[in-house]
Design a protein around this ligand. Structure first.
Ligand code: SF4
Length: 188
């Protein structure tokens, strides 16, 4: 049996992330290291999702909040880039005796790939000039419960194809993968 994990793009490729002081990502990178080590140790196969923000907005984008991605073009582009991935998943699912999809790994807090937590706020418009207005907008930005746009669409598209998998944070994925291997050892 091969176990597959469907993984958000930047967990494997941090070059796709919004440019920022990487020191601020220390905690996230530690979780990522633990997950990748767990994947390697347990011989889990990875299917990497596309990075919607890098594809649509490129490497020079600013950090966004979810509301800025909630528009028809972003939705449509997400659906289009997910289409070939969904077809691959469907193919694996056809042979449950050979492949098992263990779940999908989110990037918590992301306006696109968060699942339990995303980033929300009244952020947008012309940024030059009025420092007070910028501060006011920044103060509205916060982490809230709920999925980012890309994970929301992925979940809906899977459901439309009668497929459902757990969508997990990196920590939850480590727990899940360790459990799979423990159970396998018990069955041996
Ligand atoms: S859009 Fe998703 S994959 Fe891309 S950088 Fe953000 S969290 Fe990572």
């Amino acid at each position: 049996m091969k176990y597959l994990l469907i993984i958000s793009h930047c967990i494997l490729n941090t070059a796709s992330k919004v440019a920022m002081d990487e020191g601020e990502l220390k905690e996230e990178y530690e979780k990522r290291d633990r997950l990748i080590r767990c994947v390697m140790e347990n011989n889990i196969q990875l299917l990497q999702l596309p990075c919607p923000e890098f594809i649509i907005y490129g490497s020079r984008r600013w950090g966004h909040v979810k509301e800025q991605f909630m528009h028809p073009h972003y939705y449509e582009e997400c659906r289009k880039m997910l289409y070939p991935v969904l077809q691959q998943i469907e193919e694996y699912v056809r042979y449950p005796e050979e492949y098992q999809v263990a779940g999908i790994v989110s990037v918590e807090g992301s306006p696109s790939c968060g699942y339990h937590m995303t980033c929300s706020g009244n952020w947008g418009g012309e940024l030059s000039g009025d420092a007070g207005a910028i501060k006011e907008m920044q103060n509205t930005c916060k982490t809230v419960n709920g999925p980012g746009v890309f994970m929301e669409i992925l979940e809906k598209e899977l459901a439309a194809r009668a497929m459902t998998f757990p969508i997990m944070s990196m920590e939850e994925a480590v727990q899940k993968l360790s459990g799979i291997k423990r159970n396998e050892r018990k069955e041996d």
